[in-house]
Ligand binder design. Structure first.
Ligand code: DUT
Ligand code: MG
Length: 152
């Protein structure tokens, strides 16, 4: 049972020349987002560009969010990842979905119009209400962190 999410097409090439984002397989967690550029665009090593996806989504439910994640093939083979590492889409955001695209590699990379460059994953969210305390109940870990347990 899939959760309905409102989507607006902002670029008419989506839904005609290029399909709407969709799950590639029944078990897919992410839907690929496309680079809705005006022209093929080369990203120089170290450069970051903001790429429109041609859509807007309104998640609406504060118990949900969407995250934009890199595609593993692009990231591993070509160094094409996200300038913000992970994009977080708030449930009340209604603007265009944008992908910050960072070439962390050592070769220029050319994005063609409509290329699938990142993926969108919907996730549950818990909004917390802080409760001020002076002391925490003792836990097994306590204040140990940042590798204090070693690597073996
Ligand atoms: O990769 C991304 C990340 C964010 N957004 C949109 C949706 C998100 O809800 C909004 C704000 O993102 P965020 O809160 O991460 O950015 P900010 O720098 O804190 O901006 P703001 O002050 O608008 O919250 O920008 C995108 O389109 N793509
Ligand atoms: Mg913010």
């Amino acid at each position: 049972m899939k959760t309905p999410i409102e989507l607006k097409i902002l670029d008419s090439r989506i839904g005609s020349e290029f399909p709407l984002p969709a799950y590639a397989t029944p078990g897919s967690a992410g839907m690929d987002l496309r680079a809705m550029l005006d022209t093929a665009t080369t990203i120089a090593p170290g450069e970051t560009i903001l790429v429109p996806t041609g859509i807007a989504v309104h998640v609406a439910d504060p118990g949900l969010a969407a995250v934009i994640l890199p595609r593993s093939g692009l990231g591993h083979k070509h160094g094409i990842v996200l300038g913000n590492l992970v994009g977080l889409i708030d449930s009340d955001y209604q603007g265009p979905l944008m992908v910050s695209c960072w070439n962390r590699g050592s070769e220029p990379y050319t994005l063609q119009i409509g290329d699938r460059l990142a993926q969108l994953v919907f996730v549950p969210v818990v909004q917390a209400a802080f409760k001020l305390v002076d002391e925490f109940d003792t836990s097994l870990r306590g204040e140990g962190g940042f590798g204090h347990s070693g690597t073996r």
